[in-house]
Design a protein around this ligand. Structure first.
Ligand code: PLP
Length: 289
């Protein structure tokens, strides 16, 4: 069952809406141009995980799009209403969406239309060892800094390209994708952050591509890094190239709902898998709330 709660200045705790009924105007630029932002987080036992990190990233995406979104406390109350309405102790997906509104020439809107959607975690999402394709994203690793209008570090609704990359991977018999830049750097998955481990002289290193290469700042990677540092891991931030993935002691994709997913192969070639490191990192991910 999907629960829908719209943020509404007249209703501080949000307005519950029927997810099976039409709710949006077809003239909204969120629909006609994909002009909007979103966040996806996990709720466990009725409590959202990493809530502040998600709200902070939502605010930074809104800033990148100059989008007028509700304040964090309004989101928090609407999330509370939606989770209460869902009344489910299992794992739930909590999605926050804000879209620009109707085109000014049509109806003169300026406030974002914003809502919270709560739904079950799709079955079979977790625990799979992934066959991954390395796919060129077509930008070089300095594009994000050179061309901020590309909105590369923002979590915008324009995910059609990311979904197309996943469909392409599936058409080739793979499960997921790691994007590379046109200058050969490892970037991110269409819905996840890349992690590798190296064990050097008994010291465990956890490494992720650096943010400046044009990737979304992952809240799961960030929380895991903090937990791993406390557990004695050394941390590293790229740049990474595909050869680093093949030379590693483990490659994973991490994200808020699927959590840690082990990569088994890249472009059909096996990569080293370490069940021990996967178990250790998964336990650290579980410990982060
Ligand atoms: N990178 C991209 C492009 C994403 O869409 C996501 C999540 O959907 C992530 C990374 C991982 O982010 P998080 O760990 O905050 O879920």
């Amino acid at each position: 069952m999907t629960v829908l709660v719209f943020l509404d200045p007249a209703m501080p705790d949000g307005r519950i809406a029927d997810a099976s009924q039409p709710q949006l105007k077809v003239t909204d630029t969120g629909i006609t141009r994909g002009d909007g932002i979103f966040e996806t987080m996990l709720a466990v036992n009725g409590a959202p995980r990493k809530l502040q990190a998600h709200l902070a990233r939502l605010a930074s995406s809104a800033e990148a799009l100059a989008l007028n979104v509700p304040a964090s406390d309004a989101w928090e109350r609407a999330i509370g209403t939606a989770l209460q309405e869902a009344d489910d102790d299992g794992d739930l997906v909590v999605k926050l969406v804000a879209i620009r509104g109707v085109e000014e020439s049509v109806e003169g809107g300026t406030e974002a239309t914003a809502w919270v959607q709560v739904s079950p975690v799709p079955k079979g999402l977790r625990g799979k060892r992934l066959a991954v394709l390395l796919l060129d994203r077509g930008y070089d690793s300095t594009a994000a800094q050179r061309a901020p209008w590309l909105l590369i570090g923002a979590k915008t609704l324009s995910y059609a390209v990311n979904m197309a990359a996943l469909r392409y991977a599936k058409s080739q018999g793979a499960d997921d994708v790691i994007f590379t830049s046109s200058d050969g750097k490892v970037l991110e998955g269409p819905t996840s952050t890349v992690l590798i481990a190296r064990v050097i002289d008994g010291v465990k290193h956890l490494i992720t591509p650096q943010l400046e290469s044009g990737i979304l700042a992952g809240t799961s990677q960030s929380a895991l890094f903090a937990a791993a540092r406390d557990a004695g891991w050394e941390l590293g931030y790229g740049p990474l190239i595909p050869a680093d993935l093949f030379a590693s002691d483990g490659v994973w994709l991490i994200s808020s709902v699927r959590l840690l997913a082990e990569v088994a192969s890249l472009d059909g070639k096996p990569v080293t898998m370490s069940p021990d490191l996967t178990a250790e990192l998964s336990a650290l991910v579980e410990s982060v709330s």
